[in-house]
Design a binder for this molecule. Sequence first.
Ligand code: 4UW
Length: 531
Amino acid sequence: MAKENIIHGSRIPDYLLNSKSNLSQYFIRLLMEFGNNTAMVDAHNESSFTFKNILNASFNIANTLKYEFGIQKDDIVGIYSENTILYPSLVLAVWHIGGVCALFNPMYTTKELTHVLNITKPKLMIASQMGLNVAKDSAKSLHFVKYVCPIDILCDARIIEEYTDFVSTPCDNNQTCVILFSSGTTGLPKGVELSHKSIFLIVSILNHINQMVTKTDTLMGLVPMFHGYGLLIICLCMSIGSKVVVLKYFDEELFLKSLEVQKVSVLFAVPPLMVFLAKHPLVEKYNLSCVKVIYSGAAPLSLNTENEVINRISKGKPLNVFQGYGMTELSVVSTTSGQGGVEHTSGSVGKLICGMSGKVIDLNNGKSLGVNESGELCFKGPMVMNGYYKNPKATTSIIDAEGWLHTGDIGYYDKNHNFYIVDRIKELIKYKGYQVAPAELESLLLTHPKIKDAAVIGLPNPEAGELPMAFVVKYPNSTLSENDVVQFVNKNVSAQKRLRGGVRFVDSIPKNPSGKILRRVLKGLIKQSKL
Ligand code: 4UW
């Protein structure tokens, strides 16, 4: 039998692979070590937390969760909040108890939040002031949510100064520590279970291979913390001992001013932010030459944009742009460029990280392909999720019997084993790096009394990556305008899912014999109409 074309990242160092520590034990040790150094700065009011403050707050919150709300080992706690310097303490508090955090997008509407609450059934939901009404509204009809607790009640100013003793609950590091949401390759958002071990390994490996980021660096954490990418940034900061500047939401002036004033040296970005840095006139007003490394991930980054950003902001100083590629289901990162220093191939998403294996398979027969041959990317290794929470059917549809996770992305690797992403075959739409699941918008559209059938695709867009766009079949003789459809959707979904790509009325939705929407045909229609 012919040998399969499988490539492997470097071996994970034994001391990491054999570690039995869970995330509570791991971070307690590090936060004590980094002590009084600044860990987090709030860009809005410049208030800050030291590593010790984070640890004190996490112990105090853990005590409250355990003794006032009765949270125990394995219980799920929902967190529904925008970025805040308290986020790491909230997550750590749950981990100290041996619990599981379910991280919810703070932009979720009541309907969307209800969906993820029904999947995870948390006893307690911690909500920011901004999200409190939606949180209470969603919890009202769900008997299993016993408490909705505002963050401000859990975290007043005193909790960061001193802590009452807290003994962290022993828990096995293969246990799930966080549930994130992703629609994967098809269907509605599902709960992605990641273990203590996967997060521990990914954070330690990134720390180990990223010699570009050190304790003296200041990181910018604009990426949302409910997403795996944002969660990794805060875990990375706590593992390296570097400072991170936190923004609650994207404000152009505040973002640029914070980069300059806080002397941010490492920026974690998504491609739309790179387009902003490359093109927006405001950028000229600021001296951003403090930025020495930019990591971009979550969507394709064009070579042009990468070069424009370097030319515009580096002011002759060294500035490296590196790309990472991954998926929530793979503990976010599978490949990254810039490993071990500045080695970088423009346009590539880099090499496999330690411990992961990768292959590219032929779309028609599943055979693994060789150098420079495009097909579906598949990955295997300790960073693969534990599974979709309480959804074995969805889990086996993405992870095969041999443990390979099929990404739904098309790509290839070159002779040096640098990976390149060329297309996406899965349903997923990425608007500014945020996931938008077409199935979710389609099922919403079908609840409209005047809509007979519908399909949603991503319309390519230079600034946002893709814009959700709907194809709609009306019932005969019904009057329905594009604006009616857009308003109907916008009213029911969070901001990133709005139909910014518009609506096109059609006579029928193209489907295969088993009823699957032929999205390629719809995308082809858009291309044709542009010619
Ligand atoms: N190029 C093209 C890319 C890329 C990409 C992801 O929401 P999720 O599940 O996960 C993410 C992960 C973001 C991320 C990964 C690695 C990394 O180093 C980093 O920081 C620098 C961030 O967004 O969406 C997963 C899907 O997003 C697309 C791809 O379709 C993937 O399946 N994607 N990264 N560099 N496309």
